[in-house]
Design a protein around this ligand. Sequence first.
Ligand code: NDP
Length: 435
Amino acid sequence: EQSNPNEPEFMQAVTEVAETVIPFIEKNEKYQNKMLLERMVEPERTILFRVPWIDDNGDIQVNKGYRVEYNSAIGPYKGGLRFHPSVNLSILKFLGFEQVFKNSLTTLPMGGGKGGSNFNPKGKSDNEVMRFCQSFMTELAKHIGPNTDVPAGDIGVGGREIGYMFGQYKRLRNEFTGVLTGKGRSYGGSLIRPEATGYGNVYFAKNMLETKGESFKGKTVVISGSGNVAQFAAQKAMEFGGKVVTFSDSSGFIYDSEGIDEEKLAFVMELKNEQRGRIKEYVDKYAGAEYHEGKRPWSIKCDIALPCATQNELDADEAKTLIDNGCMCVGEGANMPSTPEAIEVFQKAKILFSPGKASNAGGVATSGLEMSQNSLRLNWTAQEVDEKLHTIMNDIHAACVKYGKDGDGYVDYVKGANIAGFVKVAEAMMAQGVV
Ligand code: NDP
């Protein structure tokens, strides 16, 4: 804490890993006295930079730019860029640290990193977003490359932003390479990448449910967020027979007791992705639905909860409400959406609970598949990519069960994910000496 002041999110992420990995190290001599976890906690490199740009009024604006290159033991740094006013070093260090374990879990050769800016894309024109992205990439380009560090999207960074950044990188380097993932289809993007995080989360939840002889069929599903991850989690949950009843954004949530169907989901996608509107507009179109201003959706009775918005969006009281309402499964689509106290509530009640670093790993895994396709200079079909994604999620689930199953048969997916993620990185670091 002394060496990382004012970094609560980072402390939270490290504490969760340390609590599960330290007892494992204590039981396994070969990982001892090598300062493995201590080295993993320290990013290999942290880059902080100025991002100046000119707004539509001709005024100069300035934002903070970051890239945290966390760990390259098993592959090039890999992880998203987040554009949100709340972005700071604590948040990016927590995300980068988690990314190292997550990428290890995917079984693909990717190290961990994360970056972004406190830039707020909301309310900005396309031209302003483009000028910001170009300025951001002008500095970032000096530090990344297809064999060094391959960023992707995250909150506030979707296809539009990746396109502008890719264009600027190509112009600066005079090189067409797979330096970013989440690219558009016309210039090297992979099919199923937009869907991957949400689909992967539902594939993982399906695996968890199967351990109890359960499935999505006929279950009520509560989802938070209405961005990339939330939209495709909803789509796959519906396809598996679940009844999705909520979406949210940072202003509030909508509850549609009749269930959100494909047509209503298409409306949400158009609203959020094209018009960049607010989720409350849902009730203008579908009068039977309710809008709850300033609230989160966890009070709605459900069987399955999929938090897909942001960190610390589900606290202990909300966790208790979910349990009291009969919720049997919580699958994190976002990174660290449940507070440590909420996780404790879920695990005490012995319900199915998966941490984001396991259940949202489908996004980065499919980014890894995009990198492979770019290197091979060919494109796989949607079916091929989806099958690979599905297999990877099954493998991550199996790894969590292997390392997380307690004596009484309860699977602690937090412990399982942390240890399984740790082992591969630790082996690589030990083999490479003190670096
Ligand atoms: P988007 O920007 O597409 O959507 C984010 C959603 O979360 C929006 O509905 C947004 O509402 C809401 N949100 C953001 N910040 C807050 C906040 N402070 N409080 C309440 N709601 C908020 O991002 P993604 O869907 O890509 O990301 C969602 C989560 O999933 C993040 O935790 C991200 O790190 C994680 N993730 C994403 C991956 C990906 O492939 N995209 C991969 C793995 C994890 P509003 O419109 O009001 O901002």
